[in-house]
Design a protein around this ligand. Structure first.
Ligand SMILES: [Zn+2]
Ligand SMILES: [Zn+2]
Length: 219
């Protein structure tokens, strides 16, 4: 039995992140993570891209995923190389995810600034809820997700939602798994053998520190 620490929500310059997938992989290693899921907006890694990156990542677990902009808000699908079109109704996104055997996660459900799906969560079928998202500006958004998850006995995960390398691993998920194969990891998430971890640092704080350093260098 292994316990692996994986950041389940990471963006790269393939969508609106600032760094390439390779840079994000290097940072994940630097942060002593065991793996990361690349979940660019509406643009999953193709099989070829994934294979090339997995080779580059060596022992690091790389999870192919996508953050779908459904009509009702964001949904994470892990383990896919395809995605439905933007603004597809959420029920169809879920159907798509189930057909592709994806792990379906509701990210930042109650964050009104990040296109959380809000109350729609009550009406859909999914595998896990993201209770810590390091991109959320107000702690109450994560708190609300955490309370909702506990009340409804849901599988709880965490992700940094990093759009820059320094934010990787600010939140991550510990996963108990038989081995590091993706199938096993997906099964462990579905079975709830997971524990969400947060540093309680919003990545906005990292951004402002970075900006300050930049300004100080100039002046
Ligand atoms: Zn999002
Ligand atoms: Zn995101």
């Amino acid at each position: 039995m292994h316990i692996v620490a994986i950041d389940l929500h990471v963006h790269t310059d393939r969508s609106d992140g600032v760094a390439s997938p390779r840079e994000m992989i290097r940072y994940a290693e630097k942060k002593h993570l065991d793996g990361l899921a690349i979940t660019d907006h509406d643009k999953p890694l193709t099989e070829e891209e994934f294979e090339e990156l997995q080779q580059y990542a060596q022992n690091l677990v790389l999870i192919p995923g996508v953050e779908v902009s459904s009509r009702e808000g964001h949904i994470l699908l892990l383990g896919v190389h395809e995605a439905p079109e933007k603004h597809t109704p959420i029920k169809d996104v879920i159907r798509f995810g189930r057909k592709k055997n994806a792990v379906i996660i509701v990210p930042h459900p109650f964050d009104v600034f990040r296109k959380g799906i809000g109350k729609v969560i009550e009406k859909i079928d999914f595998d896990a809820i993201e209770v810590y998202n390091s991109g959320s500006i107000l702690p109450m958004f994560n708190k609300k997700a955490q309370l909702y998850a506990i009340k409804n006995n849901l599988v709880r995960v965490a992700g940094s939602d990093a759009h820059l390398p320094e934010a990787i691993g600010l939140a991550f998920t510990l996963i108990k798994t038989k081995n590091k194969e993706l199938k096993e990891i997906y099964q462990s998430i579905r079975s709830g053998f997971v524990y969400p971890v947060t540093s309680n640092v919003s990545y906005l704080r990292i951004l402002s520190l970075k900006l300050r350093r930049k300004i100080l260098k100039i002046t």
